[in-house]
Design a protein around this ligand. Structure first.
Ligand SMILES: Nc1ncnc2c1ncn2[C@@H]1O[C@H](COP(=O)(O)OP(=O)(O)OP(=O)(O)O)[C@@H](O)[C@H]1O
Ligand SMILES: [Mg+2]
Length: 372
């Protein structure tokens, strides 16, 4: 049987008082994977992470680490370390003392402690501030200190709850890269919670999208973006064009949705046998796959699906152009294209245009929930 680093088997959490925070959460993590959890505020990300860490009781289901049942094992006996958003640094201790603290608690001897603390200070470039206290550290240094405190215990798994939330945008970007490199060099599993979609997608080998205590989808970033399984994921991940309507028919690799723009097609995200014609459905087209042309400037090509609209404005940033197109249903879509792809094609503010894409690039999802 395959050995996973971490397995959540239908774990759930009901807080005292009856608040259901997490329901039937299933996840299998390969050794050395970088897993991101993303979802709106209150969807249960922190609760799930705290159940993995042993900081929160698990109400139902099972949690295995490397095949062993840890469901009811207390935090200090789990091979995990947790990094919180506020870092929980002791202000009266130096960087070196802060890092060593976790080893004192575990009864690690003086020599071994000196060696481990020294090694992690080098690894995270904290040498210059090793004897400084928290108040004199920069945001990035505090972040690295929090990581050092977690890693010095040599965990099998690092759990991070919005660890970059306190950093400004530029620092956040560079720490994201550092964190990813660090994870690769340590080769241990990271479970990383964020509510920023772009961060989840750029960091994770796989991304878990949560909504109201449940898992919506677990996929690699590209698949999550190009093949969402639900309207929630299609909207939440963003940058998609969405067309709602009713299902007109579905086969194994093609479904047709009747929309206000006429019939549009896509690859179904569901089993054809599960879907009834007439159900609410949505065609999802990643913006990158949409081409734009002056209306009627190209002979009709039946291998594309098309809709018409009117160009509002066109923002230009270097080689890229971002036309905003008003559709006949009153919505407007912002598209991304190369400036030279639309040059001389009648794509001008106020001009009527045709948007087209290959149906195989589109996905059809069933709209079972009431839309938010
Ligand atoms: N100690 C608690 N007692 C009761 N309910 C709680 C407790 N902690 C969290 N909850 C509830 O559980 C649900 C999930 O909360 P959780 O903190 O896991 O969400 P989150 O996804 O981490 O949100 P955020 O992005 O805001 O951090 C919420 O409805 C929240 O109000
Ligand atoms: Mg949280």
């Amino acid at each position: 049987m395959k050995q996973y680093d971490l397995e959540l088997l239908k774990i759930g959490k009901v807080y005292p008082g009856g608040n259901v925070a997490v329901e039937a959460f299933d996840l299998q993590v390969e050794p050395g994977e970088f897993i991101s959890f993303v979802g709106p505020s209150g969807c249960g990300k922190t609760t799930t992470l705290r159940m993995i860490a042993g900081l929160e009781d698990i109400t139902s289901g099972k949690l295995l680490i490397r095949g062993k049942d840890y469901t009811h094992v207390p935090a200090e006996r789990r091979p995990t370390a947790t990094i919180f958003q506020n870092y929980a640094i002791f202000p009266h201790m130096t960087v070196r003392e802060n890092i060593g603290f976790g080893l004192d608690v575990r009864g690690i001897g003086t020599e071994e402690k000196r060696r481990r603390v020294g090694a992690i200070i080098d690894k995270l470039h904290l040498g210059d501030v090793a004897d400084a206290k928290e108040t004199s550290l920069s945001g990035g240094q505090k972040q690295r200190l929090a990581l050092a405190r977690g890693l010095v215990t040599e965990p099998d798994m690092l759990l991070l709850d919005e660890p970059l939330g306190a950093l400004d945008a530029n620092l956040r970007k560079s720490i994201q890269e550092e964190l990813k490199l660090l994870q690769r060099s340590l080769n241990i599993t990271f479970v990383f919670v964020t509510h920023a979609q772009s961060e989840a997608l750029s960091m994770g080998d796989r991304v878990v999208v949560m909504n109201a205590g449940r898992v919506e989808q677990i996929s690699a970033p590209f698949e999550l973006y190009t093949r969402p399984k639900s309207p929630f994921v299609a909207r939440f991940i963003g940058r998609n064009s969405l067309f709602s309507g009713t299902l007109a028919g579905a086969g194994n690799d093609r479904a047709v949705v009747e929309t206000p723009f006429g019939p549009l097609q896509g690859t179904p995200a569901f089993q054809a046998s599960e879907a009834k014609s007439g159900s609410d459905a949505m065609v999802v087209v990643p913006s990158e796959y949409v081409e734009i042309d002056g209306a009627g400037s190209r002979a009709a090509d039946t291998s594309f699906d098309t809709i018409d609209g009117v160009v509002g404005s066109i923002d230009r940033v270097g080689q890229l152009a971002y036309p905003t197109v008003a559709l006949d249903d009153g919505r407007s879509l912002r598209l991304e294209t190369y400036a030279d792809k639309i040059a001389g094609r009648g794509v001008e503010p106020g001009g009527r245009v045709t948007l087209r894409w290959r149906p195989a690039r589109a996905t059809v999802v069933l709209d079972q929930q009431p839309s938010a």
